[in-house]
Design a protein around this ligand. Structure first.
Ligand SMILES: Nc1ncnc2c1ncn2[C@@H]1O[C@H](COP(=O)(O)OP(=O)(O)OP(=O)(O)O)[C@@H](O)[C@H]1O
Ligand SMILES: [Mg+2]
Length: 300
């Protein structure tokens, strides 16, 4: 093997390894091709994609046309150009923290979890993905992996299926489940319709394959999940992720349940906790921000 060939091969390996953290906007010709046989469980049909085909961002753009989204503008904070909408600064701060962490560790696939329902996992996942793509050229993929109580499709005003469930059952390929809407570089995989045991679907090997295929094309992959205390899906999902972000709802999550959720992820990389739903007046950062730049006009 010539030296040039060796160097090219090494560079290719480095690009695809986690440690390199390539920026997704560098064109990555992802020719990742795990043999289908290694990811297929017994008695499961092969997904209907050609694993060896080149899978690039351009092919994703070409085959996933933009669709019309009708997001809930009250809770989806970045779809309008209201730079100072309440909550947006907190998400920018969260983004900065994650970038700081990423300087020290591989961090691209983030699971958003919490102990209980209604704590704001979907809210945080969706707005985190949005704030990521507010930075020029950054690409984010949001995946609704809450197969038991999917909500993100409703929040964005898009169709629920085909989505992750259909992909995991081998009924659709990536191009069939990835959606893109009006916000540049924000991509979304809805949950789809899980008609089998969601935990079994998530563990059948195809999710890992999907993430391996998509990872090189994005700067961030944010995964929404069901509550961690009642069901094990979150812990399972975390094994495919680089980091776990826990959401705790202010004045709502009981301390012992928050601690129990933390325990569930004791051997995982918990990168932070988002305290969600604090009163507008009690955010120290907002006070600082508004004092310095003027309070935004009251919303109607
Ligand atoms: N900080 C917030 N500001 C305004 N609304 C919020 C906030 N956090 C959550 N919500 C709203 O509260 C409701 C519950 O939040 P969300 O659906 O994100 O919780 P969840 O943890 O994903 O719940 P589940 O486990 O049932 O999926 C939603 O209507 C959401 O829009
Ligand atoms: Mg949710």
């Amino acid at each position: 093997m010539s030296r040039i060939h060796e160097a090219l091969k090494k560079a290719e390996q480095e690009r695809t390894e986690y440690g390199g953290q390539p920026e997704a906007n560098q064109t990555v010709a992802n020719t990742y091709a795990e043999p289908v046989s290694t990811m297929r469980g017994e008695n499961q049909s092969a997904p209907n994609f050609n694993a060896a085909s080149a899978f690039t961002f351009d092919s994703l753009l070409a085959r996933c046309p933009q669709s019309r989204w009708t997001p809930d503008l009250k809770t989806m904070l970045f779809f309008q150009d209201e730079e100072h909408k309440y909550g947006t600064e907190e998400f920018r701060t969260l983004r900065s923290r994650l970038y700081q962490l990423r300087e020290r560790q591989p961090l691209k696939k983030i699971l958003v979890t919490s102990a209980l329902p209604k704590e704001g996992k979907s809210f945080v996942s969706a707005n985190l993905a949005q704030v990521m793509v507010r930075q020029h050229g950054r690409r984010a993929l949001l995946i609704d992996a809450d197969l038991r109580g999917p909500k993100l499709h409703g929040t964005f005003g898009v169709t629920q299926a085909p989505g992750l469930s259909e992909y995991l059952r081998g009924e659709n390929d990536e191009f069939g489940v990835v959606q893109r809407g009006p916000m540049e570089n924000l991509f979304f995989i809805p949950a789809g319709h899980a008609n089998a045991n969601p935990a079994e679907l998530l563990a059948n090997g195809r999710l890992k394959f999907l993430l391996n295929r998509l990872e090189p094309l994005f700067d961030w992959i944010i995964i929404d999940s069901p509550p961690a205390v009642p069901v094990t899906d979150g812990v399972l999902l975390s094994s495919y992720c680089d980091g776990v972000l826990m959401v705790v709802r202010s004045n709502a999550t009981p301390f012992d349940l928050a601690r129990r959720a933390r325990q569930e992820f004791r051997d995982k990389n918990v990168v932070g906790v988002v305290l969600n739903g604090i009163d507008e007046g009690s955010s120290p950062y907002s006070e600082y921000y508004y004092a310095a730049y003027g309070r935004p006009a009251a919303k109607s």
